[in-house]
Design a protein around this ligand. Structure first.
Ligand code: EPU
Length: 371
């Protein structure tokens, strides 16, 4: 089963799903060889950051294969200008123009590389739109990605950020991550355990700029492995104890659409802050003053508290600064309401942090990366 899935994918993606599909690599190389590396100068990144900020990069380079990436790296690492690799810019806050090269992956192939019992290993190129990948897995009814449906971004960035939603983090389905080491241009594969996945964290965030993800191998299941503990998903069990991936995906998309702004209509980078993890003692102290304060257990010593709740208690829902605003329906999200500048968003984020700190003595940490 090899086919173009243009109806499912927002970009032209070569999909190859049989386990023996070795011909795929050669085939895909042939296709991508014909497509030159795209280089643009003094280029607006408005379409490459989901806040929709109109900032510029000296140079923007998009490549379509690992070979092209290695060639591009050999060129640009000799320059003293900074380099930044981005996905779809759904977790970035550009605070000013970028005086260097922005790199973007167009590596698009998908293939199954092994199928044992009910486990299937699927290798996906870093440049594939994450939700296109989720949509395809839902069509195949392979379990693993459905709770992570509709998260903006691309496959490579998903594995770097350890994206998570509705009780699942992507790290739990990553088998291995294929990278290129920037300083040498050599490939290095990280097994899942070497990625050190944690809440919105991975080794790639700590060794920022050292490796570029070129593909991710996911471990999926052809039999149901469902995660329906998140409040609004629990009711799915009432209709069917083992819902299909498509049923779960549809429910997740409905929840997201009811709470989260669509990046096409209102610029944002999803959750702006992480949910803070505090000690059980600190939580017990706060609970005396704020008896309704929600929490989720982390381990015997710590709990996580929802930052959205903290921000709402500070009365900040809808608060504006210049063109930036705290989103009314989910105050963990800062939005570009009206031609916000980077400094509007930075200033609003500072106000939110300061208010939460003054009221609760909790330091919020941004989830978005400031550039
Ligand atoms: N809450 C409020 N007021 C609100 C909204 C929420 O008080 O207006 C409180 C409630 O107590 C609610 C709690 O916040 O139960 C949690 O809200 P929600 O379920 O919407 O999730 P979240 O903790 O705010 C996290 C992720 C989201 C992910 C959802 C669902 C982080 C930083 N964010 O948000 O991820 O979609 O859980 O799993 O962990 C993202 O990373 O960009 C993102 C959207």
């Amino acid at each position: 089963m090899e086919k173009w899935l243009n109806s499912t994918f927002s970009r032209q993606t070569y999909v190859s799903l049989p386990a023996e599909a070795d011909t795929m690599t050669a085939h895909n190389k042939e296709r991508t060889k014909a497509m030159p590396v795209t280089k643009k100068h003094n280029y607006s990144l408005r379409k490459h950051n989901t806040f929709g900020l109109d900032i510029k990069a000296n140079q923007y380079v998009s490549y379509d294969s690992v070979d092209e990436l290695v060639e591009v790296l050999a060129e640009i690492t000799t320059s003293s200008q900074p380099m930044l690799h981005i996905g779809s810019g759904s977790n970035l806050l550009f605070t000013q123009d970028f005086a260097g090269t922005i790199l973007h992956s167009g590596i698009q192939s998908i293939k199954t590389i092994a199928h044992h019992g009910d486990e299937v290993l699927v290798r996906a190129g870093a440049g594939i739109v994450w939700d296109d990948f989720c949509a395809l897995m839902a069509q195949l009814n392979w379990y693993g990605t459905e709770n992570l449906s509709h998260i903006p971004g691309e496959v490579g960035a998903a594995a770097v950020q350890n994206i998570g939603a509705y009780g699942v983090e992507v790290g739990s389905i990553v088998h291995e991550v294929e990278t290129i080491e920037v300083s040498t241009g050599r490939p290095r594969v990280f097994q899942a355990t070497e990625c050190h996945y944690d809440y919105r964290d991975s080794i790639f965030k700590h060794r920022h700029g050292e490796y570029i993800v070129t593909a991710v191998v996911f471990r999926l299941s052809t039999t149901p492995r469902v995660h329906l503990d998140y409040g609004a998903l629990q009711q799915l069990r009432n209709n069917d104890p083992v819902p299909s991936t498509q049923t779960i995906r549809d429910a997740v998309i409905a929840i997201r659409e009811s709470k989260l702004p669509s990046p096409d209509r209102l610029g944002s980078a999803g959750s702006f802050f992480k949910n803070p993890v505090i000690s059980i003692e600190a939580y017990a102290g706060l609970l005396r003053t704020y008896p309704g304060m929600p929490h989720y257990p982390v381990d015997e010593r710590q709990v996580k508290v929802p930052a959205a709740w903290l921000i709402e208690q500070c009365g900040l829902k809808g608060r504006c600064h210049g063109g930036a605003a705290v989103y009314e329906r989910q105050p963990l999200i800062l939005v570009n309401k009206n031609h916000a500048t980077p400094s509007d968003i930075v200033a609003l984020a500072e106000q939110v942090k300061e208010s939460v700190y003054q009221k609760f003595n909790i330091q919020l940490q941004p989830e978005v990366n400031y550039i």
